[in-house]
Design a protein around this ligand. Structure first.
Ligand SMILES: Cc1cc2nc3c(=O)[nH]c(=O)nc-3n(C[C@H](O)[C@H](O)[C@H](O)COP(=O)(O)OP(=O)(O)OC[C@H]3O[C@@H](n4cnc5c(N)ncnc54)[C@H](O)[C@@H]3O)c2cc1C
Length: 386
């Protein structure tokens, strides 16, 4: 550790903050600088599409730590400043302020940015949802809106549709895929999620894409590929995300749908990546993975911080994630390849309580619980045995 005096972390959110805190917990007493392009103190994102959108939490509650904690841990926070490049030879990070920050070790934790439609984002009333500022704008828009179209029925779109419907709005949920969340959990389970939304009054329009957004200055509707038109005074575009690596394009750091890392989360000498932006080789599954889920951001940041200080160990997690939609809490461990076969191992889809097993190439690769947290934990043990 003695040659390491300055560690720079770019991206001041779940993965970045966990990296900085783990460095201190492991006894690193050199300089730790945490650089983030948002102005807010680091905050948690999962409540944004749930409690904050619903108005049951005020935004401040999402803050991870108060000012005093950063001071106590001697974490040098530089907020509202973007990293614009990295020089691997001089070991410096260039900032939007024109400064260059030297590092002995660098951790990249810049997450992802929301995907956008080819056209239409300039219309008033068209939103994306990634940051706290996005959420506050969406929350204010929802307060005025009566008909809402959510484009994209993945995690985020489905959660936001549930929140908007709970707030009493007319909501349509549109996706090219045959059912909501089919990319995540397959068509059968996604069908049950679609049924949940339909039962709560969401107009689920799946198997059809969006042709264009309508309106002159403000959005008035969404035209679908089958020619139908959905009225909308608010549109949320939730069509996936793109790793925030634009600032690294000329750095020489390997990029391929994220920052490409080895099994220990290292991407270049002295440079590591963690969280949504990192694609690394997970030896447990023998595959390259990039995981956009909260638990991974914490676990991978802890692994990266320990690896850069000490003897590097492969990072081999069983991925975990959850989503809350209406009264459904769906939790999942493992991986869910599109070809996996899903069987209901416990419970009943009709009662909206179940544990499902996903098998692929003869092995149990994923387990999913729908409002059955205790039973799901037992199923997770099977996954580790297999
Ligand atoms: C609305 C919402 C709801 C979610 N709900 C769930 C859920 O229910 N369950 C679940 O498992 N996961 C959920 N997630 C995913 C989870 O929040 C992410 O996996 C997690 O935030 C990833 O953390 P991260 O630190 O890797 O990236 P991020 O949280 O994206 O943070 C990256 C930070 O880096 C900053 N940055 C980017 N580029 C630069 C640059 N060049 N210079 C400086 N700073 C930069 C970004 O602005 C951002 O602040 C949700 C995400 C969202 C947006």
């Amino acid at each position: 550790m003695s040659d390491i005096k300055r560690i720079v972390v770019v991206g001041a959110s779940a993965a970045g903050l966990t990296t900085a805190e783990t460095l201190r917990r492991e006894g690193f007493d050199g300089l730790v600088t945490l650089i983030g392009d948002e102005l807010h103190l680091p905050y948690d994102r999962p409540p944004l599409s749930k409690q904050v959108l619903l108005g049951t939490w005020e935004p401040e509650r999402t803050s991870f730590r108060d000012d005093a904690t950063y001071q106590r841990l001697e974490i040098g926070l530089r907020l509202g400043v973007a990293a614009t490049g990295v020089d691997l030879v001089s070991r410096t990070v260039a900032l939007s302020t024109g400064d260059r920050v030297p590092y002995d070790r660098l951790v990249i934790a810049t997450g992802v940015r929301p995907g956008r439609l080819r056209a239409g984002h300039e219309l008033a009333g068209v939103h994306v949802l990634r940051t706290l500022d996005d959420t506050l704008a969406l929350r204010a828009g929802l307060a005025r809106a009566s008909s809402v179209v959510v484009v994209g029925a993945g995690f985020l779109g489905s959660e936001a549709a549930a929140a908007a419907r709970t707030l009493g709005k007319d909501v349509a949920l549109v996706d090219m895929a045959p059912v909501p969340m089919s990319r995540q959990f397959g068509d059968e389970l996604g069908g049950w999620i679609g049924d949940l939304h339909r039962d709560r009054g969401v107009d689920v329009r799946t198997g059809v894409g969006v042709s264009r957004l309508l309106g002159d200055t403000g959005v008035t509707g969404v035209e679908l590929a089958d020619g139908s038109v959905l009225a909308a005074d608010l549109v949320l575009v939730a069509i996936g995300s793109v790793p925030a690596t634009d600032w690294l394009t000329t750095s020489g750091i390997p990029l391929d749908d994220g920052v490409l890392c080895d099994a220990t989360c290292q991407t270049a000498p002295g440079v590591y990546a963690a969280g949504d932006v990192a694609r690394w080789y997970n030896r447990r599954f023998g595959a390259l993975m990039r995981i956009e889920h909260r638990m991974n951001a914490t676990e991978q940041a802890m692994a990266a911080a320990r690896n850069l200080l000490g003897e590097p160990q492969p990072f081999t997690p069983v991925p975990y994630f959850w989503t809350d939609q209406f009264d459904a809490r769906i939790q999942a461990y493992g991986v869910f390849p599109p070809e996996a076969k899903m069987t209901v191992a416990l419970g009943e889809p009709a009662n909206r309580k179940l544990v499902a097993h996903y098998h692929h190439e003869g092995a149990l690769v994923g387990v999913l619980g729908w409002n059955m947290p205790r039973e799901l934990r037992a199923a997770r043990a099977l996954l580790l045995e297999d």
